[in-house]
Design a protein around this ligand. Structure first.
Ligand code: ZN
Length: 405
């Protein structure tokens, strides 16, 4: 996302430097490699304009490599992983897994650097046990995380194998200018290397990994690149949502609030402007599954390719209010884009998003919206192929409509 903003002539800002920002210009700032804020100041009097904000999250449930990363079982070298967030673990077996993430290194200049790496090929796999060795395999069995989740990494006969050596080679390849003395640590994750596909007789569906929530990140970034944004526009992509958002870079931290403080140092003016600001919190919604229609509320029944979903929850697990929903409805209606409305089945606890966190921390009116999806948190999720563009058009209009109703 940083690269997209850079190519669109947005200026990179760093939290440890002084900022000089100008009207009608775009900027972006990255915290801890995993969270990003992009913003564009209004054309006229930006310091007196409210904000139109969109949020999404960058992380997805996955398997994360442990600090002591490998074990051997006979001649098989295996990765040691722990579970990040709440993946549907049954979908992680028999998949070609790539490895990517962040490595912290000590450089020859005696400083700590972080490198984002991606091996960009299949590196590991967790084979299922053959049905012949477990005749009850189709009877719905518990997954024993500590026992079963060791991806195969290589058939290694070298007792001195070191993953650090492999990482060093990869960093050399991706960062030829960086002189690294030593690997100090990493956050490395597994992902399905199978690329996204259009699926269905009429290309009705998109099947891909991490649609929750990269599809929202994608449309959010694209919307902010629109030329004719009105007011001040901001896009926040936050890490660690899947694990509760409480972290240095997560939405419960101070990334967004400190960025806004720097842009609006006058406290009274800031609270006045935020009071008139709006936030669209983007995260995927649960479409009704045709095999499990009873899992949805029968009157709130989002379907694929029928438009983005406004999400409500009486207990404010979604931040939508009737007023903020009204704003979104007006935007969609003016573009003749359909909307759907969702509340959780009363018997099933409701998930949440960054929306209520941002609304609470900033005091900003928020609406939770998302693309209807199936198989959320599976290694491969499914959405309708029409919905992302409908969401994109609506949120781009949120940024560009000369005034908000
Ligand atoms: Zn999500």
């Amino acid at each position: 996302m940083g690269k997209i903003f850079q190519e669109a002539d947005f200026t990179a800002l760093h939290e440890n430097k002084e900022w000089v920002v100008k009207k009608n210009r775009g900027y972006y700032c990255i915290r801890d490699d995993g969270s990003l804020i992009g913003f564009k100041l209004a054309n006229t009097h930006p310091m007196e304009k409210p904000w139109r904000m969109i949020t999404a999250h960058s992380d997805s449930p996955t398997l994360q490599v442990k600090p002591l990363p490998v074990r051997t079982s006979k001649t098989t070298l295996q990765l040691c992983v722990e579970v990040y967030g709440g993946p549907l673990l049954s979908t992680w077996f028999d998949r070609d897994l790539g490895i990517g993430g962040r490595v912290s290194v000590l450089t020859e200049a005696n400083s700590i650097s972080t490198c984002i790496i991606d091996f960009n090929r299949s590196m590991a796999i967790i084979p299922s046990l053959a049905i012949h060795l477990d005749r009850n395999a189709n009877q719905g069995q518990r997954i024993e995380k500590q026992k079963q989740l060791y991806p195969l990494f290589c058939q290694c006969f070298n007792k001195d194998f070191s993953l650090h050596e492999v990482l060093l080679q990869q960093i050399k390849k991706e960062y030829p200018g960086l002189s690294v003395c030593k690997i100090m640590g990493f956050e490395l994750f597994c992902y399905d290397t199978n690329p996204p596909q259009l699926v269905g007789l009429n290309d009705d569906y998109i099947a891909a990994g991490r649609l929750d929530n990269l599809v929202s990140c994608f449309v959010g970034v694209k919307a902010l690149l629109k030329e004719d944004t009105a007011d001040n526009s901001l896009f926040l992509c936050s890490n660690h949502e899947e694990i509760g958002s409480a972290s240095f870079a997560g939405a419960k931290g101070n990334f967004l609030s400190t960025v806004l403080e720097r842009l609006m140092p006058n406290v009274a003016l800031k609270s006045r402007l935020l009071h008139d600001s709006y936030l669209l919190s983007l995260d995927n919604a649960h479409a009704a599954h045709p095999n499990f229609p009873e899992k949805n509320d029968p009157e709130h029944f989002p379907l694929l390719n029928k438009g983005p979903v406004i999400k409500y929850n009486a207990n404010q697990r979604y931040a939508t209010t009737s007023k903020t929903a009204a704003l979104y409805k007006i935007l969609a209606e003016e573009l003749s884009i359909p909307i759907q409305e969702f509340v959780m089945n009363n018997d099933i606890p409701c998930g949440s998003t960054i929306g209520p966190i941002a609304a609470t921390k900033l005091g900003i009116q928020t609406v939770d919206v998302g693309i209807p999806s199936l198989g959320m948190h599976s290694i491969r999720e499914t959405i309708g192929s029409q919905d992302p563009f409908m969401l994109y058009e609506t949120i781009a209009y949120f940024y560009t409509r000369p005034t908000l109703p």
